[in-house]
Design a protein around this ligand. Structure first.
Ligand SMILES: [Zn+2]
Length: 124
């Protein structure tokens, strides 16, 4: 079973709230939410890609917020369950072009999870 490196959202809350506030462009929410279902975040997952801050020092990039249920799906390698959660969020946010186009919805779900499964840091 694949374990992904995660940490408590609370430890990163201040920074994550600040980054949401300062985000440019369209926002889906004014506070950090679960990146998979839009729920209340409990955990953050790290990306293998570091980001650079002051002095260009590499820092861990706590990239994805996850609620308790999405985190359980991730930690138990239950990708179908996670896909369903992403799918219901997309249906909820759904621009009308998704409705009645199952293949587009399918591709949008895969696209949403691609980054996570490619770049989430695995614990070995
Ligand atoms: Zn969630």
């Amino acid at each position: 079973m694949t374990k992904y490196l995660k940490d408590a959202f609370e430890k990163h809350r201040a920074r994550l709230e600040k980054s949401v506030r300062e985000r440019k462009g369209p926002k889906l929410a004014s506070v950090p939410v679960c990146d998979f279902c839009g729920g209340h975040p409990k955990w953050v997952y790290a990306a293998t890609r570091m980001s650079a801050e002051v002095g260009n020092l590499p820092v861990v990039n706590w990239r994805w917020c996850a609620c308790e249920l999405c985190s359980k799906a991730i930690d138990s390698d239950d990708r179908p369950a996670l896909e369903l959660r992403v799918e219901s969020r997309l249906r909820y946010l759904a621009p009308s072009w998704l409705i009645g186009h199952p293949l587009l919805l399918r591709r949008a779900v895969e696209f949403a999870l691609e980054d996570f499964y490619t770049y989430a840091m695995r614990e070995e």
